[in-house]
Design a protein around this ligand. Structure first.
Ligand SMILES: C[S@@+](CC[C@H](N)C(=O)[O-])C[C@H]1O[C@@H](n2cnc3c(N)ncnc32)[C@H](O)[C@@H]1O
Length: 209
């Protein structure tokens, strides 16, 4: 299945992820991401999908500006319907390739890369990360959310659909040592928070950048 068709099919039930895996907001990655954003910041939600993080952040404070980009028109239609429903005017969504964006250098305070890298081919993921670094302010942060396997039997069972349905890059990404992976891009992991079925990493540019 090509990726346009894959995300077209996924868009209809994508938000079920939040119902199944991130149902408890208190221990969800959505809360950690939301709380890492401060008033006055300009946020880029790369590969925003149905815009869950972008909309949560925009709702939190009108003093935060959020831009979400995605290649899937079907995912963006759902994201835009949330903006309309909540009457938000501080979030905008654009159909754009995350590996080649129409933004100036160093213009965002925080960039979200949520549940994206594990389903992206190695070469494409590297292009996405380098493009994120280009548009990130020097003192900004990239906030990565990724799936994390649990040792608990019940959680392992509930997680089976993810293990079976995620595209090929998942199997290698989920076991990757991420400190050295991101160091290869000149990024340091400055915080790692473990959440339900996932982890959230805060990354900063290091002096090699
Ligand atoms: C699993 S969804 C993640 C959605 C969202 N970030 C979240 O946290 O729920 C991955 C998204 O990445 C988008 N995507 C994949 N490759 C892309 C690219 N090169 N540029 C922009 N979006 C892309 C897909 O269209 C899809 O909506």
């Amino acid at each position: 299945m090509n990726s346009v068709l894959f995300y077209k099919v996924m868009s209809s039930f994508y938000d079920l992820l939040d119902v199944v895996y991130f149902r408890k907001y208190e221990s969800s990655p959505r809360k950690v991401v939301n709380e890492s954003i401060k008033s006055g910041e300009i946020i880029l939600d790369l590969c925003t999908g149905t815009g869950t993080n972008a909309v949560n952040i925009a709702k939190k404070c009108s003093g935060i500006k959020v831009v979400g980009v995605d290649l899937s028109k079907d995912m963006l239609t759902i994201a835009r319907s949330k903006v309309k429903k909540d009457k938000l005017n501080n979030v905008k969504f654009y159909k754009m390739d995350a590996t080649d964006m129409r933004f100036k250098d160093k213009c965002f305070d925080k960039i979200l890369l949520s549940l994206v890298l594990h389903e992206t081919d190695e070469e494409l993921a590297a292009k996405m990360i380098n493009e994120a670094i280009r548009v990130l302010k020097d003192d900004g942060e990239i906030i990565v959310t990724e799936w994390e396997r649990s040792d608990e039997l019940l959680k392992k069972i509930i997680f089976l659909p993810i293990e079976c349905l995620e595209p090929n890059p998942y199997k290698t990404f989920v076991v990757k040592e991420l400190y050295s992976y991101f160091a290869g891009f000149g990024l340091d992991i400055v915080e790692e928070v473990h959440c339900d079925y996932s982890k959230v990493l805060r990354l900063r540019k290091n002096e090699k950048q």
